[in-house]
Design a protein around this ligand. Structure first.
Ligand code: GRF
Length: 207
């Protein structure tokens, strides 16, 4: 295989999706390497996971800037310094601004079957609605809240008596596998976007 694809992964919390990507990328045949991990807050397990793996980290807090536009520019500059082929927003709880979105392809993951239940409480909202099946979605990020073109989805059953935590943990088990599989295929095979339809395979963006 040609050179491994360079990933910058963004996190805001526990970073189990990041860990799954770190574990997968330890195998050269995966085709991707994580060149940096960025966060919008300190003291999170996601950053600790990166540090334990010897991956450089950066933190840009919105509160450190006078405006959203300045933060957007700072985040984009931090990401650009690592020359990524792909940015992965893996539990990063901020919408990325145009300076990042126009410069790099960004993959995002969400714990619901979009377009149902977008936003910060996808698991809670699905439970409250009483759905019997929910799941996870890997998408290309755009300027909206979980509105980008869908790349891959998997369904997860809701069990009687599930609470938000139990259901989210079951979704995350599936989500981690889907994210690792999807990102790996994208960097190895490239992808195309036609309207809202994303296809992984030759003739695409990259590699
Ligand atoms: C994931 O379910 C992600 O989709 C959601 O928050 C969770 C992050 O989990 N936005 P982790 O930080 O990767 O463990």
């Amino acid at each position: 295989m040609s050179q491994a694809g360079r990933l910058v992964v963004l996190v805001s919390g526990s970073g189990t999706n990041l860990q799954a990507l770190l574990d997968a990328s330890a195998d050269p045949s995966y085709g991707a390497t994580i060149v940096a991990v960025g966060a919008d807050r300190d003291g999170i397990e996601g950053l600790a996971r990166a540090e334990r793996a010897g991956v450089p980290t950066f933190v840009e807090k919105l509160s450190g800037y006078g405006s959203r536009a300045e933060w957007d520019a700072a985040v984009a500059a931090r990401i650009a310094a690592y020359r990524p082929d792909l940015v992965v927003s893996a539990g990063f709880m901020k919408i990325l601004g145009d300076p990042t979105l126009s410069a790099f392809p960004v993959v995002n993951t969400h714990p619901a079957l979009l377009p149902s239940f977008p936003g910060a409480h996808g698991v809670r909202d699905a439970l409250a609605h009483g759905v019997k099946v929910t799941g996870c979605t890997v998408m290309l990020a755009d300027a909206g809240v979980d509105t980008g073109p869908i790349i891959a989805q998997e369904a997860v059953r809701v069990f009687d008596g599930d609470d938000e935590h139990q259901l989210h943990e079951r979704i995350k088990t599936v989500e981690r596998e889907l994210l690792v599989d999807t990102v790996g295929r994208m960097v190895r095979e490239g992808w195309t976007v036609a309207g809202r339809t994303v296809r992984i395979g030759p003739g695409g963006e990259k590699k």
